[in-house]
Design a protein around this ligand. Sequence first.
Ligand code: ZN
Length: 365
Amino acid sequence: MRFKDIVGQRVLINQLTEVIDAGRVSHAQMMLGKMGYGTLALAMGYVQYLMCENRQHYGEGGELRADSCGECPSCKKIESMVHPDVHLYFPTISTTKVEKPRCSEYREEFVKFLQEKGMYVKVNDWYVYSGAENKQGEYRKADALELIEEVGMKSYEGREKVFILWGPEQIKTQVANELLKTLEEPYEGTLIMLVGESDDRMLATVRSRVQTTRVPRIMDGGLPEEAEGDYIEAQRLRNEGEEIEEMKRLFVEWMRLLFKLKMAELGKWVEGMARAGREKQKQFLGYVLENMRRCFGETASGTAAALKTGDERFDAMFPSMVTPRNVEQIYESVSEALFSIERNANPKVTLMQLSFQLSRYIKNR
Ligand SMILES: [Zn+2]
């Protein structure tokens, strides 16, 4: 990742490159900020600049004063995520197959995930990608031991060694205890870089041992503050474009089935959704809530095109189904289903029940 490809953050980037150029790189650091601000992207850009064999300097005039070259062997390897001295760590999820997974077992998949989805992803996106259903990832003791071992080894290319730990909020006490000494003592040419979103969910013992760079909202670089939310949304939409398209399709399909109440087809739809996994179901129900809110907003204010499923006929017709008479019931039912799914209720039963409820509310609008 070159800094030029990061949106905004010019002031921060210029500060970072200045510190690196001055050779004042602290050995244990943390980039802290929402991933939508470009926090992971900045960490990657930082590492690439640090290790670049041909750092570019543009002088005081340019908005970016320096950047990695993107062409030297080091840059190339980092960009294709095959640099042997850049080690990626991240939380993993236990499954029925693997009870205590380790980073090393998932690293290939993780690299694929970043290559596909880009650097503006959230930790939760990774869980979904790795088929997590409704679980939270964790760092394991084995990951800490692997990291400590690698820190102690010579670098492959005789230069810096970097360890990027994404989602340090998921480092729990037992694992942290293994890591504290390594975070405290600098090893020659070694950088440990934590990349997190929120320090109040992070262990104080970890937080206090790293030098923290707070990544601000995207305000510089020509993006006004009010556009920033849209930008992040756009980034996410781009990253998740296909998923969103699928959700739109599923929503239209479901609502049509509810209206006609064709049992066989509805049954199939519910079964398909039940197979998709809890994360998908939660995401989808969240999307349904959002759409209902839009529909109601539309009928109430009379403005057009608040619903954007891409199906024009549906978008024009459906908002009139959500009225002051049924909006609360709809909201309550969808929220309750979401709550049940989060608590491991049977998705098939939950979604079927919800289907009947919504069908009734829509008919009694
Ligand atoms: Zn380079």
